[in-house]
Design a protein around this ligand. Structure first.
Ligand code: ZN
Length: 273
């Protein structure tokens, strides 16, 4: 039903003007590589795919966005597949992306450990028996270094992927937000991290205390709430999660903002904190 409505809405209304958006991917299985490539090609044809630096210039009003529809690609959690699709499809087109890293996840050395970590930490509703694809694994520090060498940007995404709004202990919160950033910076030849995406990305997964600690340590906070970042007056960044199983018209409906109204009040609330 939702799919039907969105598809038709997009067919009927088409593209909206002046967009500054970020799309988010998680693990991409090899069966979806072609779809990923097709989507990148589609965006390259119909949108301006911008780099993290260009995105920030626009947010900071150092650069104008009169030229319509701008989109940045981001990846969450640090799955190995993200390096693969980046080298295969983004690097040849000179597209620069933004990667949000779970710092404990990239320390794991085996697929079994990675799967255990994912089952334990990556979902709000735990399922010990969740079946994961045999391709699914984590990136390691070497993968991250290579991404940086190739001009991509790294951001924080906590230490263990815990839900920040549920952490009462100050030390714990510090570990997740600040210590994880320190670990990455120290192990990436003093690379400076200024971007942070909070885990799960919904309104319920963040609170005032964690938001304040994030802004003490990072310049930009990335949510999972959908929206257009064009002309926003905060550093609370809207993002559109992309499911490659969905039809392009549904994806187009999202990135043209047809469901943004659902998230508007929540974003305004976060901006007041
Ligand atoms: Zn995540």
């Amino acid at each position: 039903m939702k799919e039907f409505v969105l598809k038709n809405l997009y067919s009927f209304l088409g593209d909206q003007k002046a967009q500054l958006r970020i799309i988010t991917f998680h693990d991409i299985l090899s069966e979806d590589y072609q779809k990923f490539s097709d989507l990148v090609f589609y965006l390259k044809t119909n949108w301006n795919i911008i780099s993290p630096n260009e995105f920030k210039k626009i947010i900071n009003k150092e650069k104008n966005t009169t030229n319509g529809k701008n989109i940045l690609i981001s990846f969450d959690d640090a799955y190995k597949s993200q390096r693969i699709v980046t080298e295969k499809y983004l690097d040849p087109l000179n597209i620069k992306a933004l990667f949000f890293i779970v710092s404990d996840f990239i320390k794991l050395n085996s697929k079994d450990e990675a799967h255990e970590f994912i089952r334990k930490n990556f979902f709000k509703f735990k399922n010990k028996n969740l079946k994961l694809n045999s391709q699914t694994k984590n990136m390691n520090l070497e993968d991250i270094k290579l991404l940086i060498q190739n001009g991509h940007t790294i951001g924080g995404h906590t230490k263990t992927h815990s839900q920040l709004s549920k952490i009462d202990d100050e030390k714990n919160l510090y570990q997740e937000i600040v210590a994880s950033k320190d670990f990455l910076e120290n192990n990436l030849e003093n690379y400076k991290i200024e971007d942070f995406a909070y885990t799960f990305g919904d309104f319920e997964s963040i609170n005032k205390k964690s938001l304040k600690l994030i802004f003490k340590n990072f310049n930009y906070l990335y949510t999972g709430l959908r929206g257009n970042n064009y002309k926003i007056n905060s550093k609370i960044i809207r993002r559109d999660a992309i499911n490659l199983k969905e039809n392009f018209k549904v994806i187009s409906a999202y990135i043209n903002g047809y469901t943004d109204f659902i998230y508007k009040n929540k974003l305004e609330e976060l901006e007041k904190w």
